[in-house]
Ligand binder design. Structure first.
Ligand code: SAM
Ligand code: SF4
Ligand code: SF4
Length: 378
């Protein structure tokens, strides 16, 4: 059998220092990029490590025991993260999502949450502060996270069948412990909870209906995510993508659905509500979401920036280059200069990878030197 060749590429070398422009850029919440998209959503990766080895994200063959994770001194400290986040918020960010790697592996993450929860948007409102986790440490940490000021969590879960789940996380982690984590998050008041399921054709599509049945009527929103060609190591193939349209069709074969309005501009999920006997949305049964990152590009509304564990700003999930902010933070840059540098990078943004993907050769897959999902977060 031919072996899959997986390039071991260190994306972290691909960064240039963010420049401070000669003319200051005011942080007044009005910033837009070259396509007129505002900056509203910041995803902060707090660690590049994870205790899972999901093959679509951190395949074991690449992320083995010799993998060179970032040394601790390279990571942004909580104070540095908060200082950078404050400038993003001044530029219009309203939502901050902590991610990774597995964010709950970062020691004392509650302290960072406390600091971030004190930030206020340009309108003086509290931030929408959330975290995406694989749920493995959630049972232990849910209360402390809530007490620190976290509002809600998104838990990744790719199936209910224990053997499917154990093989997808590739570290033999049992599904029951993630379900306990979700229950603990609910008890702690970390809601509304979302559950994200990456659907990989040939691997877990038979888990779609069991997952839908399980979460229907619980108040938890289950979202199906198309398997994406992120990074350069997961060996992505288009024929392993299950289009969201097929997911919806599959669920509808048993559970009637009606389409709902988008919750807000820039929200990536298409919403579908469970229908009652009259074909109207049954609010008690709840809703699902589908995120069609591959089959239906939503770049036109993309208002998300990503900050890597070591302080690099990425403008797209599929970026090949980051903009180093840490050198400014660890240098003598003032807050105004830092805000100007962030503004300058965003003003120059033209990224729209998913829209352009369809014009590329099918199955061209993983050619470019893209940043890894585990490094910048989802
Ligand atoms: N470890 C945490 C977790 O799994 O929730 C947070 C980081 S993880 C990179 C964030 C999200 O990215 C998860 O929901 C995961 O399922 C998703 N993800 C990772 N690789 C993906 C891929 N190739 N396609 C689609 N989603 C992916
Ligand atoms: Fe870890 Fe999340 Fe990536 Fe899975 S998806 S390997 S849990 S970072
Ligand atoms: Fe945003 Fe890039 Fe995804 Fe398009 S491909 S929606 S620009 S992150």
């Amino acid at each position: 059998m031919a072996e899959r060749v997986i390039p071991l590429i260190d994306q972290r070398v691909a960064a240039r220092a963010a420049a401070v422009p000669a003319q200051a850029i005011a942080a007044d919440g009005l910033l837009v990029d070259t396509l007129g998209r505002p900056l509203r959503d910041l995803r902060i990766s707090v660690t590049d490590r994870c205790n899972f080895r999901c093959s679509y994200c951190m395949p074991k063959e690449v992320f083995g025991k010799d993998y060179p994770y970032l040394p601790h001194t390279d990571l942004l400290t909580f104070e540095e993260i908060t200082r950078i986040a404050r400038q993003f918020v001044a530029h219009g960010v309203r939502k901050i999502r902590l991610t990774g790697g597995e964010p709950l592996l970062r020691k004392n993450i509650e302290i960072l949450i406390e600091q971030l929860s004190a930030l206020r948007t340009v309108d003086g409102a509290a931030l929408d502060l959330t975290l995406t986790t694989n749920g493995s440490l959630l049972e232990r940490k849910a209360r402390a996270l809530k007490a620190a000021g976290l509002q809600r969590v998104t838990v990744s879960l790719d199936g209910l069948d224990d053997s499917v789940f154990r093989s997808m996380n590739d570290v033999d982690f049992p599904v029951a412990e993630v379900l306990d984590g979700i229950a603990a998050a609910r008890e702690a008041g970390l809601g509304p909870i979302k559950v994200n399921m990456v659907v990989k054709r040939g691997t877990n599509e038979h888990e779609i209906l069991p997952m839908a049945r399980h979460f229907r009527g619980t108040g938890i929103v289950l979202r199906f995510i198309e398997y994406m060609d992120v990074g350069a190591t997961n060996g992505w193939r288009m024929n392993e993508v299950m289009p969201s349209a097929d997911v919806v069709k599959h669920i509808r074969s048993e559970l009637p659905l009606v389409q709902l309005e988008h919750s807000a501009r820039g929200e990536t999920a298409e919403r579908w509500g469970y229908a009652d006997a009259q074909g109207k949305h049954d609010a008690a049964a709840g809703e699902i979401g589908v995120i069609s990152s591959v089959t239906q590009a939503f770049c036109g509304d993309c208002n998300r920036a990503r900050l890597s564990t070591e302080g690099r700003l990425y403008l797209c999930l599929f970026a090949t280059q980051g903009h180093d902010l840490r050198s400014l933070v660890r240098g003598n840059a003032s807050d105004e200069q830092l805000a100007s540098a962030i503004g300058h990078v965003w003003q120059g943004r033209s990224d729209r990878y998913s829209q352009l993907r369809s014009s590329m050769a099918p199955d061209s897959g993983t050619g470019a030197r893209r940043v890894e999902m585990s490094y910048i977060g989802g």
